[in-house]
Write a protein that binds this ligand. Structure first.
Ligand SMILES: Cc1cc2nc3c(=O)[nH]c(=O)nc-3n(C[C@H](O)[C@H](O)[C@H](O)COP(=O)(O)O)c2cc1C
Length: 185
């Protein structure tokens, strides 16, 4: 079992998956870890729409429908290659948060859902499943939102891809603590 510090430091965003399927059982374990994230008032301000196994194809169909501008000029073959990349992760979760009309609550809810995502990424990492938090513009597209059943007043904050991988990328360096931490004078 990985300790927390090790998981935090070694986790990398995985962008090249090897195509091995992720089971619903593994995904449920990951989501369950996510639910332990801190959240104000135990509002648990999140819901998730997933794609795994056969439903990955339906997700790709929904993505195709949004007609990303650069896809319009592609030949059918190029388009299929572009869309095939969405099939390489073994599973995908769309994380949906309520957009509370009150600014403070809205920020808290987005913060809590982000903590939930990090929990899931770390839990997956321990299971040797890589992940990447992605925010492609189509997550706000009305057609795409509607195909996922997103209601007015809800927002998708992440397309979270999960999958097995052969190689993790090198870490990008982070700022020194001295650069970001100051104390009351
Ligand atoms: C809010 C958010 C949005 C992100 N969106 C994307 C994205 O659209 N595409 C992508 O390749 N990576 C995306 N990432 C992943 C970052 O690129 C990645 O976390 C960063 O490069 C640091 O790498 P690491 O996670 O391996 O430490 C996103 C991360 C966050 C937190």
């Amino acid at each position: 079992m990985m300790n927390v510090r090790e998981a935090i430091e070694t986790r990398r965003s995985i962008k090249k998956f090897n195509g091995k399927p992720v089971t619903k059982e593994a995904l449920a374990k990951i989501v369950e870890a996510g639910t332990w994230a801190p959240n104000h008032g135990t509002r648990e301000p999140w819901r998730l729409v997933g794609a795994v196994g056969e439903s990955m194809e339906r997700m790709v169909d929904a993505i195709k429908e949004v007609a990303v501008p650069k896809w319009r000029d592609m030949s059918e073959e190029e388009l299929q290659t572009a869309l095939a990349k969405f099939m390489l992760p073994g599973a995908v979760l769309f994380i949906v948060v309520p957009e509370d009309a009150r600014q403070k609550e809205r920020l808290e809810d987005f913060g809590a859902a982000s903590a939930m995502i990090q929990n899931m990424q770390l839990a997956a990492w321990e299971m040797e499943i890589g992940s990447c938090w992605k925010t492609p513009p189509f997550i706000d597209h009305p057609k795409f939102r509607s195909s996922l059943g997103i209601q007015p007043g809800e927002r998708i904050i992440s397309m979270l891809q999960f999958g097995y991988f052969d190689e993790a990328p090198k870490a990008k360096s982070r700022k020194d603590v001295d650069e970001i931490l100051s104390y009351f004078e």
